[in-house]
Ligand binder design. Structure first.
Ligand code: ZN
Length: 327
């Protein structure tokens, strides 16, 4: 029996922080499309706003892009440095009017999601999660004590984040409320729960490292953009188990509507290496390894060298041109 103690929280301050860091580029991780969406209530940055963003960027970059400053805010930790606290309050003041307009638009949708998620019966995934815990060799797993903070992000799908150093917190960005997106939201939550398993796994790090050395390194392939191989390999595995899409191990428990699953099938034709978005490649790989992943889980097997090498090989094939066969 898996214990699910999950709170779904709407926290305006957390939403503000997430919103503000998303509207401009301050680290390598930046989505123009997302930023555009988040900026839609700001016409042209006023001078005060430009200065505020500049100061905010400096605060964030002082932490060496490790996202810790943001996660401290997401977890409602007080800012200990008096000067920094003062700056942060000024930044909030500069954007208060804009953010209040946005909040008025988004709050109701978040409340609807909150009700929907509070009612959801997560015990549906008892068996599946026990299998995943076994697959990743997680010892002493006995359940989840979690706060999930809801963020608005309408029109740009579902996304969520976890951080190892904040084991009881997930931030979850949901689209404008629509029951049709419920399964995508649930799939994303389960994906994040599985990230938490992976942090506890006794063997994934060493297995993927070995597999990288054996399969990827000899082929001399650089990870796309600023991504790291360790992330790409693990993330493709986790997305084969669960994501906002339904062509995953968990997705198939959520729906057996073939039309919905077919909709999620991504086609890959190798055109120009540089132009391909790593997030897209992760989806392609996740899809290619879904069947083997499901087989391991259904047979109650534990992740092993063979499985990791299979993932590495799929990545290598994408870059060596054999990926064309996928298209
Ligand atoms: Zn992930």
């Amino acid at each position: 029996m898996v214990r699910f103690n999950i709170e779904f929280i709407i926290d305006k301050d957390v939403c503000f922080t997430y919103w503000l860091q998303a509207i401009f580029k301050w680290s390598w991780f930046f989505g123009e499309k997302k930023a555009k969406h988040y900026r839609r209530f700001i016409k042209k940055n006023k001078l005060s706003e430009k200065i505020a963003l500049f100061v905010f960027k400096k605060i964030l970059q002082r932490r060496n892009n490790k996202y810790f400053w943001l996660w401290d805010r997401y977890s409602n930790k007080k800012i200990s440095n008096i000067f920094e606290n003062l700056l942060w309050n000024l930044i909030k003041k500069v954007f208060k009017y804009n953010f209040d307009v946005i909040w008025k638009n988004e709050e109701e949708s978040l409340k609807k999601w909150q009700i929907q998620l509070l009612e959801y019966d997560f015990s549906l995934f008892n068996d599946a999660l026990e299998r995943v815990a076994n697959f990743l060799l997680v010892k002493d797993f006995n359940g989840f004590d979690l706060k999930i903070k809801l963020l608005f992000g309408s029109e740009i799908g579902v996304s969520a984040h976890v951080k190892k150093e904040f084991p009881n917190l997930i931030i979850l960005s949901v689209p404008s409320f629509n029951r049709e997106n419920l399964n995508s939201v649930i799939g994303t939550i389960i994906h994040e729960l599985i990230h938490k398993f992976e942090y506890e796994s006794a063997i994934t790090d060493s297995l993927f490292k070995k597999s990288y050395k054996n399969i990827i390194e000899p082929n001399n392939i650089n990870a796309p953009s600023d991504y790291k191989w360790k992330y790409l390999l693990k993330e493709s595995m986790l997305r084969a188990i669960s994501s906002s899409r339904m062509n995953t191990y968990i997705g198939r428990l959520l729906t057996n509507d073939n039309e919905i699953i077919q909709k999620d099938v991504v086609k890959f034709i190798f055109t120009k290496k540089e132009s391909i978005n790593p997030e897209f490649l992760i989806r392609v790989v996740a899809q290619k390894i879904e069947q083997l992943t499901t087989e391991y889980l259904n047979k109650n097997m534990v992740i092993d060298e063979k499985y990791c090498d299979f993932i590495s090989q799929v990545w290598v094939d994408l870059f060596s041109g054999e990926g064309r066969a996928l298209g």
